[in-house]
Design a protein around this ligand. Sequence first.
Ligand code: IMP
Length: 199
Amino acid sequence: MARRLTQGERLVVASHNTGKLAEIAELLAPLGMEAVSAGELGLAEPDEPAPDFVGNARIKALAAATASGLPALADDSGFCLAALGGAPGVLSARWAGPGRDFGVAMARVNTELGDTADRRAWFVSVLCLAWPDGHTETFMGREPGQAVWPPRGGNGFGYDAMFVPTGASKTFGEMAAAEKNAQNHRSRAFAQLLASCFG
Ligand code: IMP
C-alpha cells in the first residue's frame, strides 16, 4: 500500500531547475500542499551517478528528504531519440555542457541524427517521493513524438523547442505552459502520483 501525503503538509521540491520547478509548482498548486524548493532551503544539488532515471530520482529525493526532515519530491527526466539508442536520456542535462546551454545540446542531437529518417523521440519523467525515514514511491511518465529541426518557439526549457508531441503540430517550445502541462511526461507521472498518494 502506497504511503499517503496529507493536504497542507510541507513538501520539498528537490530540484534546482527553474523550468521543472515552475511545472511542478503548477501541478502541486491545486493540492493545497506547501511546496518549498531545495534552493530556498539552501540544500546542495547531489550528483546523479545512476545509469537510469529511477536511480537518479531516488538519489535526489532521498538527499532532500534526509537533509530537510520533510517529504521531498524529485524529478529525473530526459529527452530520448530512437535513432540514438535512447540518448541523450539520463545525460540530457550534461549534453548542455557546463554553461547549461540547450542550444548546444539541441545542436548536438541534430548533428548526431545526421540525415537519418528516423525522428522518433520521447521525453521521460520519473517522479520520486521520499520521506526522511528512507521510504520512497516512484512514478514514470512518457511522452512520445518527433524531433524537428530547426528548433521552434521560445517557451519552456531544455529540449522543448525541438520536440513535437504525437498528435500536435506545435513544438513544446511553441506551446503556452498550460498547453504543455495538459499533456506531457511530467504531468502523466504526476497523475499516477496523485492517484497513489492522495487518492
Ligand atoms: P535532470 O533530470 O536534472 O537530469 O535533467 C533533465 C534534463 O532533461 C533537463 O535539464 C532538460 O534538458 C531535459 N528535460 C527534462 N524534461 C524536459 C521537458 O519537459 N522539456 C525539455 N527538456 C526537458
